[in-house]
Design a protein around this ligand. Sequence first.
Ligand SMILES: Nc1nc2c(ncn2[C@@H]2O[C@@H]3COP(=O)(O)O[C@H]4[C@@H](O)[C@H](n5cnc6c(=O)[nH]c(N)nc65)O[C@@H]4COP(=O)(O)O[C@H]3[C@H]2O)c(=O)[nH]1
Length: 865
Amino acid sequence: MNTVSLNSPTLSGETFTRRIIFPMASIVVVAIAVVLGFVLVSASGQNRLEVEASTKLATAALQVKAREVARNLRDYAVWEDVYKNLHETVDAEWAATDGNVGANIYEGLGYEMAFAINPSGKTVYAVIHGAPQKVDALQVMPHGLKDLLHVASIQTDPVTSIIKSGEDVFIVAATGILPPSIERSTVRPRDLSMLVFAKKLDQKFLDGIGRDYLLNGLAISPSKPTDAEASIPLLTQDRVYLGSITWFPAKPGYQLLRFILPPLAVALVILAAFSLLVVRNARRSTRALEESAKTVEAYAQTLKESESRFKDVAEASSDWIWESDNILRLVYFSTRFTEVTGVAAASVLGKTLEQFFSSDADTDGWRRLIEETHERTSFRDLRCCYRDAGGQTRICRLAGRPITSASGEFLGFRGTATDITEEVKAQERATHLAHHDALTGLPNRVLFRERLNIALAANAVEASRVSIICLDLDHFKEINDTLGHGAGDILLQQLSNRLLGCVRSSDTVARLGGDEFAIIQVGVNQPLESEQLSRRLIEVVKAPFQLDGQDFHIGVSVGIAVADTRDNDPERLLKNADIALYRAKQAGRATYKIFEAQMDVELQARKALEYDLRQAVLKNELEVHYQPLIDLEARAVAAVEALVRWRHPTRGLVSPAEFIPLAEETGLIVAIGEWVLETACLQALEWPQLRVAVNLSPVQFRGRELVETVDGVLVRTGLDPARLELEITESVLINDATAALEILNGLKSLGVRIAMDDFGTGYSSLGYLNSFPFDKIKIDRSFIGDMSSKDKSGAIVKSVISLGQSLNMVTTAEGVETIEQATFLTNEGCDQLQGFYFSKPVTASELTAFIDRWEGSDIMSIVAA
Ligand SMILES: Nc1nc2c(ncn2[C@@H]2O[C@@H]3COP(=O)(O)O[C@H]4[C@@H](O)[C@H](n5cnc6c(=O)[nH]c(N)nc65)O[C@@H]4COP(=O)(O)O[C@H]3[C@H]2O)c(=O)[nH]1
């Protein structure tokens, strides 16, 4: 048998090389390759995970910002005043007023552009950098805006997109202008005007996101991102590529490589040199056996050094390395362990993996750790918890693989642990932001809907225990307008705390947007508990709010809808609560209403009537009737009162008492009032000897343009202002006396006459008669009707007539129906009579016939007869 001995003179260099050097060199090369491979894979894995995590974070950040734009936009789009001033009529002056859709959009909310676009696609209002401009939005954003508007017109909620304008990229949100008082189903989507907000993705904006979300070097790049950058593409609605948002993610893997690769390279070079040397020596002579032995020793030493270098490098990485024995007891930690955790390795060595690592509530990492280690299989990316030296729970990501002996015997596990506590916290922060309102910290609409779904799912089996309580602040806008948005924000924060103080921990208080709040209440005794809560809410909101060191009072209207176990649709429940809220507001605010099916029926009927009325205005179904006013001194017709009528295609002639309140509520009265005024003035040209009286609604006094409107009508029709008499009621003066008096003085300066209508029915403050020189007092017909049955009414009529005489005002008695009333009023010195006794309100041609009939004769002979 051939034996090989180191001392054997027969061992040739070739044999030595073949038997000793090649196997050894191969082992070393393979070992280094394995280590190198492991390090490279682990480094690139770490880099990839970092890029993935930061990409998710950046995407979530952009979505949060887009939702913020959409939320802000929605707050404006559901605002009644925006509907009135940018859809029904276009009042650019109103819109440009700070606090409406003017400079505050840029200065307060930071939107570079805002547009209102009417249903035909025309930009009716634009504000750029806070200044109103006459531009076409579709030209400012030629690519993408049209598509976005189309999508917005078929969506209930605002839609957002990335759109390029010139060289700049914007987050653009669009939605239809539609206040909650109008049911969406009654309006065709293409008839809605669109409100558009645009937020520029400029460097300042990106720096803000970068700071909030810990993203380094966030920027917009039109070209392809470099390898060092992570990116998310910016795509329009129709997926056109506009560029990318790029940033520099941390590269923990590269750091590891920087430490590991140089010593490994050195080891390789040394190994190669050593191998060459050994081979050359072996070839030369067997005498080198002794030297070879030394060389082997040196080689072993080099390997050891290499290992120790690897160990040093491993210790320098941010992760720590652990090892367990075959019964899963921890037997080794790299020194990084103590540096990262603060825990002395000795205090943990000997504990099992299960004893040291514990479960992370959000993942099943720990359970998998138990399974994988018992299965003796490799694992990675397991999220587990451990306690640091301070007893704080930290989260780490574990990777490990089994160690086996050459014979395949299981020796234990070896692996790495990465502390990801900060990364997890950042992700949690992003999730929180997406579900909570940034100002108040309350759940936002998204979380509210999630909780509502959960509550209703539980409710389906238990009984009707869930209710939604919708709240809307009364007069919040005035606080915002007078004290500014900062004060409004403080008020909302104080209010949130008060609301939270009223509910149980099982209830949810959410801010749905603007001054809109909603509560999910779970109670056993509904609707009693909701009513009790609503009373409490109204009480706590009534208490004064401290703003700028002063006390401010607001109120809240509350709408309640209780879930029905048979019908658990959250959408419908919210809508019902909204309807109840609307009814609460109608009922005089600072009150609550519980939804009843009848309310919906009434609301639908009201909406149908409102729709018909809008159509009536467009289809010219309105007409003006005239009622004569008899002058008792001239004993002839002195004036006519214009009274609007609606000739409804199916209902016939509808009385103004039915539709004027609705027209006032919806603002339609402004257009109707101007039309009546112009029609009556034109008609009056045919009755040159008569004055014409036209009713003005208190709503027409809210806008400041009434004087301009009346002046315009007088100029257009050419009617002598002295022949026009405007009738107002006391309610005009009650709302805002100072502003109303300013408008009345403006009207008076045009030369028209002003009459106080329905005198006696309101507050009848004599102060009003003092503060403004009315030309006429009209005694309400209720007093005239009661004169015969109640002495008191007769006395009131007498005193009003003498009041008019002493203030030098004409007195007109309305509603004269009998000869007795006419005789009494004549005897008491009343100046004018109006009523069915003489004529009902009739068409213009019928009135002409009436005037012709009495032309030249004493009309009071009717009374005498
Ligand atoms: N029972 C009885 N009623 C009499 C008699 N004489 C006149 N009337 C009614 O008394 C109302 C007088 O108008 P008003 O007090 O200004 O009260 C008006 C006015 O406040 C409002 N209104 C009518 N037209 C307009 C309009 O163009 N603009 C505005 N803002 N309001 C209008 O609707 C109210 C009701 O109008 P109408 O139904 O036309 O009712 C008219 C008229 O038909 C009578 O002898 N007996």
